[in-house]
Write a protein that binds this ligand. Structure first.
Ligand code: BGC
Length: 474
Protein backbone atom coordinates (compact mmCIF):
# COMPACT_ATOMS: atom_id res chain seq x y z
CA UNK A 1 0.00 0.00 0.00
CA UNK A 2 1.19 3.54 -0.77
CA UNK A 3 1.84 5.91 2.09
CA UNK A 4 1.46 9.65 1.81
CA UNK A 5 2.86 12.12 4.29
CA UNK A 6 0.58 14.74 5.80
CA UNK A 7 2.45 17.45 3.93
CA UNK A 8 1.85 15.92 0.53
CA UNK A 9 -0.42 17.97 -1.72
CA UNK A 10 -2.60 17.70 -4.83
CA UNK A 11 0.27 17.86 -7.29
CA UNK A 12 1.44 14.36 -6.35
CA UNK A 13 -1.59 12.58 -7.84
CA UNK A 14 -0.89 10.84 -11.16
CA UNK A 15 -2.35 11.73 -14.59
CA UNK A 16 -2.97 15.38 -13.70
CA UNK A 17 -5.75 14.46 -11.26
CA UNK A 18 -6.42 17.16 -8.70
CA UNK A 19 -8.15 17.08 -5.33
CA UNK A 20 -8.26 20.20 -3.15
CA UNK A 21 -8.79 18.02 -0.11
CA UNK A 22 -7.24 16.70 3.07
CA UNK A 23 -4.25 14.32 3.02
CA UNK A 24 -6.67 11.54 4.00
CA UNK A 25 -8.84 12.21 0.95
CA UNK A 26 -5.83 12.43 -1.33
CA UNK A 27 -4.46 9.16 -0.02
CA UNK A 28 -7.84 7.44 -0.45
CA UNK A 29 -8.21 8.65 -4.00
CA UNK A 30 -4.67 7.61 -4.80
CA UNK A 31 -5.56 4.10 -3.68
CA UNK A 32 -8.57 4.07 -6.02
CA UNK A 33 -6.41 5.24 -8.92
CA UNK A 34 -3.94 2.50 -8.11
CA UNK A 35 -6.58 -0.20 -7.71
CA UNK A 36 -8.28 0.59 -11.02
CA UNK A 37 -5.12 1.06 -13.13
CA UNK A 38 -4.01 -1.68 -15.49
CA UNK A 39 -0.45 -1.50 -16.73
CA UNK A 40 0.91 -2.97 -19.95
CA UNK A 41 2.06 -6.18 -18.23
CA UNK A 42 -1.35 -6.81 -16.73
CA UNK A 43 -3.06 -6.13 -20.04
CA UNK A 44 -0.69 -8.49 -21.86
CA UNK A 45 -1.36 -11.22 -19.33
CA UNK A 46 -5.12 -10.80 -19.65
CA UNK A 47 -4.90 -10.96 -23.45
CA UNK A 48 -2.84 -14.16 -23.31
CA UNK A 49 -5.46 -15.71 -21.04
CA UNK A 50 -8.19 -14.55 -23.42
CA UNK A 51 -6.53 -16.31 -26.36
CA UNK A 52 -6.10 -19.43 -24.26
CA UNK A 53 -9.75 -19.49 -23.23
CA UNK A 54 -10.88 -18.85 -26.81
CA UNK A 55 -8.90 -21.94 -27.83
CA UNK A 56 -10.64 -24.05 -25.20
CA UNK A 57 -14.06 -22.78 -26.24
CA UNK A 58 -13.38 -23.61 -29.90
CA UNK A 59 -12.24 -27.07 -28.89
CA UNK A 60 -14.99 -28.29 -26.60
CA UNK A 61 -18.39 -27.51 -25.10
CA UNK A 62 -18.60 -26.34 -21.51
CA UNK A 63 -15.60 -23.99 -21.60
CA UNK A 64 -15.76 -20.72 -19.63
CA UNK A 65 -15.72 -18.65 -22.83
CA UNK A 66 -18.37 -20.65 -24.68
CA UNK A 67 -17.45 -19.69 -28.32
CA UNK A 68 -20.88 -20.54 -29.72
CA UNK A 69 -21.05 -21.16 -33.49
CA UNK A 70 -23.84 -19.03 -34.99
CA UNK A 71 -24.71 -21.75 -37.54
CA UNK A 72 -24.79 -19.02 -40.19
CA UNK A 73 -22.12 -19.80 -42.77
CA UNK A 74 -20.21 -16.91 -44.30
CA UNK A 75 -21.21 -13.29 -44.42
CA UNK A 76 -23.71 -11.31 -46.49
CA UNK A 77 -22.57 -9.75 -49.75
CA UNK A 78 -24.76 -6.66 -49.44
CA UNK A 79 -26.63 -7.62 -52.60
CA UNK A 80 -29.41 -9.55 -50.86
CA UNK A 81 -33.01 -8.32 -50.95
CA UNK A 82 -36.28 -9.21 -49.22
CA UNK A 83 -38.56 -8.28 -46.31
CA UNK A 84 -37.90 -9.75 -42.87
CA UNK A 85 -39.02 -9.20 -39.33
CA UNK A 86 -36.59 -8.77 -36.44
CA UNK A 87 -37.10 -8.93 -32.71
CA UNK A 88 -34.59 -7.64 -30.24
CA UNK A 89 -34.70 -8.77 -26.62
CA UNK A 90 -31.78 -8.42 -24.28
CA UNK A 91 -31.24 -4.80 -23.30
CA UNK A 92 -33.54 -2.23 -21.80
CA UNK A 93 -36.40 -2.58 -24.31
CA UNK A 94 -38.02 -5.03 -26.67
CA UNK A 95 -37.84 -3.86 -30.26
CA UNK A 96 -39.93 -5.18 -33.12
CA UNK A 97 -38.67 -4.25 -36.60
CA UNK A 98 -39.72 -4.76 -40.19
CA UNK A 99 -36.66 -4.57 -42.40
CA UNK A 100 -36.70 -4.30 -46.17
CA UNK A 101 -33.31 -5.25 -47.60
CA UNK A 102 -32.93 -3.29 -50.81
CA UNK A 103 -29.54 -4.56 -52.02
CA UNK A 104 -26.33 -2.51 -52.46
CA UNK A 105 -26.03 -2.47 -48.67
CA UNK A 106 -29.22 -0.38 -48.46
CA UNK A 107 -32.28 -1.03 -46.34
CA UNK A 108 -35.47 0.44 -44.90
CA UNK A 109 -36.42 -0.17 -41.31
CA UNK A 110 -39.65 0.46 -39.40
CA UNK A 111 -39.54 -0.29 -35.73
CA UNK A 112 -41.29 0.08 -32.44
CA UNK A 113 -39.98 -0.17 -28.90
CA UNK A 114 -41.90 -1.74 -26.03
CA UNK A 115 -40.87 -1.49 -22.39
CA UNK A 116 -40.21 -4.84 -20.70
CA UNK A 117 -41.25 -4.29 -17.08
CA UNK A 118 -39.12 -5.53 -14.20
CA UNK A 119 -42.03 -7.84 -13.29
CA UNK A 120 -41.89 -9.46 -16.73
CA UNK A 121 -38.08 -9.74 -16.56
CA UNK A 122 -38.35 -11.77 -13.39
CA UNK A 123 -41.71 -13.47 -13.93
CA UNK A 124 -42.53 -16.60 -15.91
CA UNK A 125 -40.98 -17.21 -19.31
CA UNK A 126 -44.44 -18.08 -20.68
CA UNK A 127 -45.69 -14.62 -19.72
CA UNK A 128 -42.67 -12.97 -21.33
CA UNK A 129 -43.24 -14.94 -24.56
CA UNK A 130 -46.96 -14.04 -24.56
CA UNK A 131 -46.02 -10.39 -24.12
CA UNK A 132 -43.53 -10.55 -27.01
CA UNK A 133 -46.10 -12.27 -29.23
CA UNK A 134 -48.67 -9.58 -28.39
CA UNK A 135 -46.15 -6.87 -29.31
CA UNK A 136 -45.44 -8.60 -32.65
CA UNK A 137 -49.19 -8.82 -33.33
CA UNK A 138 -49.73 -5.15 -32.46
CA UNK A 139 -46.77 -4.13 -34.60
CA UNK A 140 -47.99 -6.08 -37.62
CA UNK A 141 -51.46 -4.56 -37.48
CA UNK A 142 -49.99 -1.11 -37.06
CA UNK A 143 -47.83 -1.71 -40.12
CA UNK A 144 -50.85 -3.14 -41.99
CA UNK A 145 -48.75 -6.21 -42.65
CA UNK A 146 -50.88 -9.24 -43.28
CA UNK A 147 -49.45 -12.70 -42.74
CA UNK A 148 -52.51 -14.41 -44.21
CA UNK A 149 -51.07 -15.29 -47.59
CA UNK A 150 -47.37 -15.48 -46.82
CA UNK A 151 -45.67 -16.38 -43.56
CA UNK A 152 -43.12 -13.74 -42.64
CA UNK A 153 -39.63 -14.86 -41.64
CA UNK A 154 -38.28 -13.52 -38.37
CA UNK A 155 -34.79 -13.19 -36.89
CA UNK A 156 -34.95 -13.28 -33.09
CA UNK A 157 -32.14 -11.40 -31.40
CA UNK A 158 -31.97 -13.08 -28.02
CA UNK A 159 -28.90 -11.69 -26.32
CA UNK A 160 -28.18 -14.25 -23.63
CA UNK A 161 -25.89 -17.27 -23.48
CA UNK A 162 -27.54 -20.17 -25.29
CA UNK A 163 -26.47 -23.60 -26.43
CA UNK A 164 -27.29 -23.12 -30.09
CA UNK A 165 -28.21 -26.35 -31.84
CA UNK A 166 -29.30 -25.04 -35.24
CA UNK A 167 -29.94 -21.68 -36.91
CA UNK A 168 -33.26 -21.26 -35.15
CA UNK A 169 -32.87 -23.38 -32.06
CA UNK A 170 -31.08 -22.46 -28.85
CA UNK A 171 -31.38 -23.63 -25.27
CA UNK A 172 -30.87 -20.93 -22.63
CA UNK A 173 -27.82 -21.61 -20.50
CA UNK A 174 -28.31 -18.81 -17.98
CA UNK A 175 -29.84 -15.36 -17.72
CA UNK A 176 -27.67 -12.24 -17.53
CA UNK A 177 -28.22 -8.47 -17.24
CA UNK A 178 -30.95 -8.60 -14.59
CA UNK A 179 -33.31 -11.00 -16.37
CA UNK A 180 -34.39 -14.00 -14.30
CA UNK A 181 -37.60 -15.49 -15.78
CA UNK A 182 -38.51 -18.87 -14.37
CA UNK A 183 -39.09 -21.82 -16.69
CA UNK A 184 -36.53 -20.69 -19.27
CA UNK A 185 -33.09 -22.06 -18.35
CA UNK A 186 -32.58 -25.37 -20.14
CA UNK A 187 -35.46 -24.61 -22.55
CA UNK A 188 -35.40 -23.57 -26.18
CA UNK A 189 -36.17 -19.84 -26.23
CA UNK A 190 -37.03 -19.76 -29.95
CA UNK A 191 -39.38 -22.71 -29.63
CA UNK A 192 -41.18 -21.15 -26.65
CA UNK A 193 -41.68 -17.91 -28.54
CA UNK A 194 -42.76 -19.75 -31.68
CA UNK A 195 -45.45 -21.52 -29.62
CA UNK A 196 -46.64 -18.21 -28.18
CA UNK A 197 -46.90 -16.73 -31.70
CA UNK A 198 -48.76 -19.80 -32.90
CA UNK A 199 -51.21 -19.61 -29.99
CA UNK A 200 -52.09 -16.08 -31.01
CA UNK A 201 -52.43 -17.07 -34.69
CA UNK A 202 -49.56 -14.86 -35.75
CA UNK A 203 -48.17 -16.45 -38.91
CA UNK A 204 -44.54 -15.73 -38.41
CA UNK A 205 -41.68 -18.23 -38.61
CA UNK A 206 -38.63 -17.77 -36.42
CA UNK A 207 -35.92 -18.76 -38.90
CA UNK A 208 -32.93 -17.61 -36.85
CA UNK A 209 -31.99 -17.02 -33.24
CA UNK A 210 -29.31 -14.37 -33.23
CA UNK A 211 -26.98 -12.96 -30.62
CA UNK A 212 -26.80 -9.14 -30.73
CA UNK A 213 -23.05 -9.25 -31.39
CA UNK A 214 -23.61 -11.51 -34.42
CA UNK A 215 -26.41 -9.16 -35.53
CA UNK A 216 -24.05 -6.21 -35.22
CA UNK A 217 -21.38 -8.01 -37.21
CA UNK A 218 -23.78 -9.03 -39.98
CA UNK A 219 -25.53 -5.65 -40.10
CA UNK A 220 -22.25 -3.92 -40.72
CA UNK A 221 -21.02 -6.63 -43.06
CA UNK A 222 -24.16 -6.07 -45.18
CA UNK A 223 -22.74 -2.61 -45.84
CA UNK A 224 -19.00 -3.40 -45.55
CA UNK A 225 -18.31 -7.09 -46.20
CA UNK A 226 -14.79 -6.82 -44.72
CA UNK A 227 -16.14 -6.35 -41.18
CA UNK A 228 -14.32 -8.67 -38.79
CA UNK A 229 -15.98 -8.30 -35.41
CA UNK A 230 -19.35 -7.35 -33.95
CA UNK A 231 -19.12 -5.97 -30.44
CA UNK A 232 -21.65 -4.83 -27.85
CA UNK A 233 -20.51 -2.20 -25.37
CA UNK A 234 -23.85 -1.41 -23.74
CA UNK A 235 -25.95 -2.74 -20.87
CA UNK A 236 -24.08 -6.01 -21.41
CA UNK A 237 -20.80 -6.81 -23.15
CA UNK A 238 -19.78 -9.41 -25.66
CA UNK A 239 -17.90 -10.01 -28.94
CA UNK A 240 -18.51 -12.05 -32.07
CA UNK A 241 -16.07 -12.53 -34.92
CA UNK A 242 -15.56 -14.60 -38.05
CA UNK A 243 -13.57 -17.75 -37.40
CA UNK A 244 -12.26 -20.25 -39.92
CA UNK A 245 -14.52 -23.30 -39.74
CA UNK A 246 -11.40 -25.48 -39.75
CA UNK A 247 -10.39 -23.86 -36.43
CA UNK A 248 -13.72 -24.65 -34.74
CA UNK A 249 -12.57 -28.12 -33.81
CA UNK A 250 -15.73 -28.90 -31.81
CA UNK A 251 -17.92 -28.20 -34.89
CA UNK A 252 -19.04 -31.53 -36.31
CA UNK A 253 -21.81 -30.36 -38.69
CA UNK A 254 -21.22 -30.67 -42.40
CA UNK A 255 -23.89 -28.42 -43.87
CA UNK A 256 -22.02 -25.15 -44.18
CA UNK A 257 -21.79 -25.39 -47.96
CA UNK A 258 -18.74 -23.76 -49.48
CA UNK A 259 -18.35 -21.23 -46.66
CA UNK A 260 -14.95 -21.26 -44.97
CA UNK A 261 -15.88 -19.00 -42.07
CA UNK A 262 -18.58 -18.78 -39.46
CA UNK A 263 -19.48 -16.07 -36.94
CA UNK A 264 -18.76 -17.15 -33.39
CA UNK A 265 -20.67 -15.65 -30.47
CA UNK A 266 -17.90 -15.69 -27.88
CA UNK A 267 -19.99 -15.02 -24.73
CA UNK A 268 -16.81 -13.50 -23.36
CA UNK A 269 -18.68 -11.72 -20.56
CA UNK A 270 -17.99 -14.99 -18.74
CA UNK A 271 -14.22 -14.60 -19.26
CA UNK A 272 -12.12 -15.45 -16.22
CA UNK A 273 -14.94 -16.39 -13.85
CA UNK A 274 -12.15 -18.32 -12.13
CA UNK A 275 -10.51 -14.92 -11.43
CA UNK A 276 -7.07 -15.95 -12.59
CA UNK A 277 -6.05 -12.68 -14.20
CA UNK A 278 -8.82 -10.10 -13.83
CA UNK A 279 -7.98 -7.48 -11.20
CA UNK A 280 -11.16 -8.05 -9.18
CA UNK A 281 -11.42 -5.43 -6.42
CA UNK A 282 -13.45 -5.50 -3.21
CA UNK A 283 -16.02 -3.35 -4.99
CA UNK A 284 -16.33 -5.86 -7.83
CA UNK A 285 -16.80 -8.59 -5.23
CA UNK A 286 -19.70 -6.67 -3.73
CA UNK A 287 -21.36 -6.24 -7.12
CA UNK A 288 -21.00 -9.93 -7.80
CA UNK A 289 -22.32 -11.01 -4.42
CA UNK A 290 -25.41 -8.82 -4.74
CA UNK A 291 -26.12 -9.79 -8.34
CA UNK A 292 -28.72 -12.26 -9.60
CA UNK A 293 -25.95 -14.33 -11.21
CA UNK A 294 -23.27 -14.74 -8.54
CA UNK A 295 -19.87 -16.05 -9.80
CA UNK A 296 -20.97 -15.63 -13.39
CA UNK A 297 -20.13 -13.02 -16.05
CA UNK A 298 -17.09 -11.68 -14.14
CA UNK A 299 -15.64 -9.80 -17.10
CA UNK A 300 -19.04 -8.32 -18.01
CA UNK A 301 -19.51 -7.12 -14.44
CA UNK A 302 -16.33 -5.03 -14.75
CA UNK A 303 -16.98 -3.55 -18.21
CA UNK A 304 -20.68 -3.29 -19.03
CA UNK A 305 -22.97 -0.28 -18.69
CA UNK A 306 -25.29 -2.11 -16.33
CA UNK A 307 -22.54 -2.32 -13.71
CA UNK A 308 -20.24 0.74 -14.02
CA UNK A 309 -22.56 3.11 -12.14
CA UNK A 310 -22.98 0.50 -9.42
CA UNK A 311 -19.21 0.06 -9.03
CA UNK A 312 -18.86 3.84 -8.74
CA UNK A 313 -21.66 3.91 -6.13
CA UNK A 314 -19.92 1.22 -4.08
CA UNK A 315 -16.67 3.20 -4.04
CA UNK A 316 -18.51 6.37 -3.01
CA UNK A 317 -20.30 4.53 -0.16
CA UNK A 318 -16.99 3.15 1.04
CA UNK A 319 -15.49 6.65 1.13
CA UNK A 320 -18.60 8.00 2.89
CA UNK A 321 -18.33 5.30 5.55
CA UNK A 322 -14.69 6.29 6.07
CA UNK A 323 -15.83 9.94 6.42
CA UNK A 324 -13.76 10.96 3.43
CA UNK A 325 -16.65 12.01 1.16
CA UNK A 326 -19.66 14.33 1.62
CA UNK A 327 -18.69 14.83 5.27
CA UNK A 328 -19.63 11.22 5.92
CA UNK A 329 -23.28 11.70 4.84
CA UNK A 330 -25.11 9.57 2.31
CA UNK A 331 -28.74 9.75 1.15
CA UNK A 332 -31.48 7.17 0.75
CA UNK A 333 -31.10 7.53 -3.04
CA UNK A 334 -27.39 6.81 -2.97
CA UNK A 335 -27.93 3.93 -0.57
CA UNK A 336 -30.25 2.21 -3.04
CA UNK A 337 -28.74 -0.53 -5.25
CA UNK A 338 -28.47 0.46 -8.96
CA UNK A 339 -29.46 4.07 -8.19
CA UNK A 340 -26.31 5.57 -9.69
CA UNK A 341 -26.94 5.25 -13.41
CA UNK A 342 -23.96 4.85 -15.73
CA UNK A 343 -25.37 7.78 -17.75
CA UNK A 344 -24.53 10.03 -14.75
CA UNK A 345 -20.92 8.97 -15.16
CA UNK A 346 -20.97 10.24 -18.76
CA UNK A 347 -22.19 13.64 -17.57
CA UNK A 348 -19.56 13.75 -14.83
CA UNK A 349 -16.78 12.80 -17.25
CA UNK A 350 -17.91 15.59 -19.59
CA UNK A 351 -17.95 18.16 -16.79
CA UNK A 352 -14.87 20.35 -17.19
CA UNK A 353 -16.16 23.40 -15.33
CA UNK A 354 -13.79 24.69 -12.62
CA UNK A 355 -16.35 24.06 -9.87
CA UNK A 356 -17.69 20.84 -11.42
CA UNK A 357 -21.22 22.21 -11.47
CA UNK A 358 -22.85 19.36 -13.43
CA UNK A 359 -21.26 16.86 -11.07
CA UNK A 360 -22.65 18.87 -8.15
CA UNK A 361 -26.11 18.82 -9.79
CA UNK A 362 -26.12 15.03 -10.08
CA UNK A 363 -24.93 14.54 -6.53
CA UNK A 364 -27.11 17.15 -4.86
CA UNK A 365 -30.27 17.37 -6.99
CA UNK A 366 -30.52 13.79 -8.25
CA UNK A 367 -28.79 11.76 -5.55
CA UNK A 368 -29.98 14.14 -2.81
CA UNK A 369 -26.66 14.51 -1.03
CA UNK A 370 -27.31 17.59 1.20
CA UNK A 371 -24.18 19.46 0.14
CA UNK A 372 -20.89 18.80 -1.61
CA UNK A 373 -17.52 20.52 -1.38
CA UNK A 374 -15.30 20.99 -4.41
CA UNK A 375 -13.02 18.21 -3.10
CA UNK A 376 -16.02 15.83 -2.98
CA UNK A 377 -16.89 16.59 -6.59
CA UNK A 378 -13.28 16.23 -7.68
CA UNK A 379 -13.08 12.87 -5.95
CA UNK A 380 -16.28 11.62 -7.56
CA UNK A 381 -14.99 12.70 -10.95
CA UNK A 382 -11.72 10.82 -10.45
CA UNK A 383 -13.55 7.69 -9.25
CA UNK A 384 -15.78 7.84 -12.33
CA UNK A 385 -12.84 8.28 -14.67
CA UNK A 386 -10.98 5.35 -13.11
CA UNK A 387 -13.97 2.99 -13.38
CA UNK A 388 -14.71 4.05 -16.98
CA UNK A 389 -11.09 3.84 -18.06
CA UNK A 390 -10.60 0.40 -16.57
CA UNK A 391 -13.72 -0.79 -18.43
CA UNK A 392 -12.40 0.52 -21.74
CA UNK A 393 -8.99 -1.09 -21.19
CA UNK A 394 -10.58 -4.43 -20.32
CA UNK A 395 -12.71 -4.19 -23.47
CA UNK A 396 -9.45 -3.63 -25.38
CA UNK A 397 -8.14 -6.95 -24.02
CA UNK A 398 -11.03 -8.87 -25.57
CA UNK A 399 -10.57 -7.15 -28.92
CA UNK A 400 -6.83 -7.77 -28.80
CA UNK A 401 -7.50 -11.44 -27.96
CA UNK A 402 -9.59 -11.80 -31.12
CA UNK A 403 -7.04 -9.93 -33.25
CA UNK A 404 -4.32 -12.24 -31.94
CA UNK A 405 -6.37 -15.37 -32.60
CA UNK A 406 -7.26 -14.24 -36.14
CA UNK A 407 -3.79 -12.85 -36.90
CA UNK A 408 -5.17 -9.38 -37.52
CA UNK A 409 -2.65 -7.47 -35.42
CA UNK A 410 -0.76 -6.33 -38.50
CA UNK A 411 -3.57 -5.88 -41.00
CA UNK A 412 -6.68 -3.76 -41.42
CA UNK A 413 -9.42 -4.74 -39.02
CA UNK A 414 -12.93 -3.28 -39.05
CA UNK A 415 -14.81 -3.63 -35.78
CA UNK A 416 -18.55 -2.88 -35.74
CA UNK A 417 -19.74 -1.71 -32.35
CA UNK A 418 -23.17 -1.04 -30.90
CA UNK A 419 -24.10 0.06 -27.40
CA UNK A 420 -24.52 3.14 -25.26
CA UNK A 421 -21.04 3.04 -23.68
CA UNK A 422 -19.36 3.21 -27.06
CA UNK A 423 -21.82 5.76 -28.41
CA UNK A 424 -22.18 8.12 -25.47
CA UNK A 425 -19.48 7.58 -22.84
CA UNK A 426 -16.79 10.25 -23.25
CA UNK A 427 -13.38 8.98 -24.33
CA UNK A 428 -14.42 5.33 -24.37
CA UNK A 429 -13.13 4.65 -27.88
CA UNK A 430 -10.01 6.73 -27.21
CA UNK A 431 -9.25 4.80 -24.03
CA UNK A 432 -9.59 1.50 -25.90
CA UNK A 433 -7.30 2.72 -28.67
CA UNK A 434 -4.76 4.08 -26.14
CA UNK A 435 -4.55 0.62 -24.56
CA UNK A 436 -4.07 -1.06 -27.95
CA UNK A 437 -1.36 1.44 -28.90
CA UNK A 438 0.34 0.97 -25.53
CA UNK A 439 0.57 -2.77 -26.14
CA UNK A 440 1.16 -3.05 -29.88
CA UNK A 441 2.42 0.39 -30.93
CA UNK A 442 1.07 3.18 -33.16
CA UNK A 443 0.28 0.85 -36.11
CA UNK A 444 -2.97 0.10 -34.28
CA UNK A 445 -4.26 3.58 -35.13
CA UNK A 446 -3.90 2.80 -38.84
CA UNK A 447 -5.08 -0.80 -38.72
CA UNK A 448 -8.08 -0.77 -36.43
CA UNK A 449 -11.24 0.96 -37.55
CA UNK A 450 -14.18 1.19 -35.17
CA UNK A 451 -17.58 1.68 -36.80
CA UNK A 452 -20.69 2.53 -34.84
CA UNK A 453 -23.31 0.07 -36.04
CA UNK A 454 -26.48 1.39 -34.43
CA UNK A 455 -28.91 -1.05 -35.94
CA UNK A 456 -27.05 -4.20 -35.06
CA UNK A 457 -29.86 -6.08 -33.43
CA UNK A 458 -32.58 -4.98 -35.86
CA UNK A 459 -30.96 -4.92 -39.28
CA UNK A 460 -28.53 -7.66 -38.23
CA UNK A 461 -31.27 -10.07 -37.17
CA UNK A 462 -33.07 -9.46 -40.46
CA UNK A 463 -29.86 -10.08 -42.41
CA UNK A 464 -29.27 -13.33 -40.50
CA UNK A 465 -32.94 -14.32 -41.06
CA UNK A 466 -32.38 -13.74 -44.77
CA UNK A 467 -29.18 -15.82 -44.74
CA UNK A 468 -30.84 -18.60 -42.76
CA UNK A 469 -33.86 -18.58 -45.07
CA UNK A 470 -31.64 -18.73 -48.20
CA UNK A 471 -29.53 -21.47 -46.65
CA UNK A 472 -32.55 -23.69 -45.96
CA UNK A 473 -33.75 -23.19 -49.55
CA UNK A 474 -30.50 -24.56 -50.99
C1 BGC B 1 -25.05 -11.76 -22.94
C2 BGC B 1 -24.62 -11.79 -24.38
C3 BGC B 1 -24.89 -10.47 -25.07
C4 BGC B 1 -24.29 -9.32 -24.25
C5 BGC B 1 -24.58 -7.97 -24.87
C6 BGC B 1 -24.47 -10.55 -22.24
O1 BGC B 1 -24.99 -10.44 -20.95
O2 BGC B 1 -24.65 -12.92 -22.27
O3 BGC B 1 -25.30 -12.81 -25.08
O4 BGC B 1 -24.33 -10.48 -26.35
O5 BGC B 1 -24.82 -9.36 -22.95
O6 BGC B 1 -25.94 -7.71 -24.93
Amino acid sequence: MLTVSARENTSTLPCGYKVDGTPGQIEAIRQVIDLFSLNKDQLTKIIAQFVDEMGKGLDHDGATVAMIPSFVPGKPTGKETGTYLALDLGGTNLRVCKVVLLGDGKYDIHQRKYVVSETLKRGKMHDLCDFIAECVGAFLSEQHTSTDSERLKLGFTFSFPIFQTSMNRGVLKQWTKGFACSGAVGKDAALMLQEALHKKHINVDIVAIVNDTVGTLMAHAYQEPDTMMGVIMGTGANISYCEKIANITKWKQQDHGSAEEMAINMECGAFDCERRVLPVTVYDQRIDRQSLNVHEQQHEKMIAGMYLGEITRQIMLDMIDRRLLFGGRSSSELNRQWSFDTAYMSTIEKDTSAKLLDTGHILESIMNIPSTALADRQMVKIITTCVGRRAARLHACGLAGVMTQTRKLDTACTIAVDGSLFEFYPNFEKNIMDALVEIYGPKMKDNVKFALSRDGSGLGAAVVAMMAHKHTQK
